[in-house]
Design a protein. Structure first.
Length: 291
């Protein structure tokens, strides 16, 4: 089954971008207007994040989000056949902010949210850095598609670490020089071990794992956000968060990321994955709240 799906998706990926985006526009119509995929979740999230915006404004953000969401799925398939030169043209960034620390002999952690198109960002970033690039991924339930996405995400040399076994799979790389890419806005699986922060004026659980790992390994922490100047063109901006994370400052480092994430989402509201249930956990007073 894997080879059959791969064969047809590969043929699909050979289509020029103009044709792929026509297909994307059609899929957008079906997903948004006909199927209404997670529309209720998206609008609930946007209401929480932007209570001062009108329904018309939130609907406009939602429609733009769905367009970019579908585009990103179509663009991901393009990874099966597009050469590296294609991404050199379509994905840019201030790579020197990260590369600087390789020359200093330091390891780096990149923290970012679920913003489009992180799949292109993965394969392009690897090509621009001297680091061994480690990417944490969430395994898919379908074995065929899990295998397919592993192939796509590792095409440029990314070493994939399963989110379910990260501690064990990271261990062999701990004492090497690496760049670890983390999507740090995942809803924590265990809210008992999470800390709660004000995120869009609502108590929100964030995992402390990324900050703890950076402090434990004395790793430079850099935040990243991907913008889209126009269709099919992306730019990643890296910003130094903490060069020398100090023991005992897990909360401060996580709070810095929470504030950063909220700021960049407000600037580019249709670039974040509003279809995931970021506020699915209910805050209780006993959890406490970081002010």
């Amino acid at each position: 089954m894997y080879y059959i799906i791969y064969f047809f998706l590969y043929l699909f990926s050979l289509l020029p971008l103009r044709a792929l985006y026509l297909i994307s526009d059609f899929c957008y119509f079906i997903v948004y207007y006909v199927a209404g995929y997670r529309k209720k979740v998206v609008m609930q999230n946007l209401t929480i994040a932007f209570p001062d915006k009108t329904l018309k404004e939130r609907t406009r953000i939602a429609k733009n989000f769905y367009h970019k969401f579908i585009d990103s799925m179509i663009e991901t398939i393009k990874l099966l056949s597009a050469p590296d030169s294609f991404f050199e043209k379509h994905f840019t960034g201030n790579w020197e902010v990260v590369e600087k620390y390789y020359l200093e002999g330091r390891s780096v952690q990149l923290h970012m949210g679920h913003n489009f198109n992180w799949e292109w960002g993965n394969v392009t970033t690897v090509k621009h850095l001297s680091y061994k690039f480690l990417g944490v991924y969430m395994p898919l339930g379908n074995k065929t598609f899990d295998r397919l996405f592993k192939k796509i995400r590792s095409r440029s040399g990314t070493v994939l670490l399963s989110a379910h076994k990260m501690s064990a799979e990271f261990l062999p790389h701990r004492n090497t020089q690496y760049c670890l890419g983390l999507v740090a806005d995942q809803s924590p699986g265990n809210v008992q071990k999470a800390r709660w922060f004000n995120f869009f004026n609502r108590p929100t659980a964030f995992t402390m794992g990324p900050a703890k790992n950076a402090i434990k390994n004395n790793t430079v922490v850099i935040f990243a956000f991907i913008s889209r100047p126009k269709r099919s063109y992306y730019n990643v901006t890296f910003s130094l968060a903490e060069a020398f994370p100090k023991p005992g400052e897990e909360i401060e480092l996580t709070q810095k990321f929470v504030q950063y994430l909220e700021a960049v989402i407000k600037e580019n509201p249709d670039m974040w994955l509003w279809s995931h249930r970021r506020w699915k956990h209910e805050w209780k007073e006993e959890y406490g709240l970081v002010e």
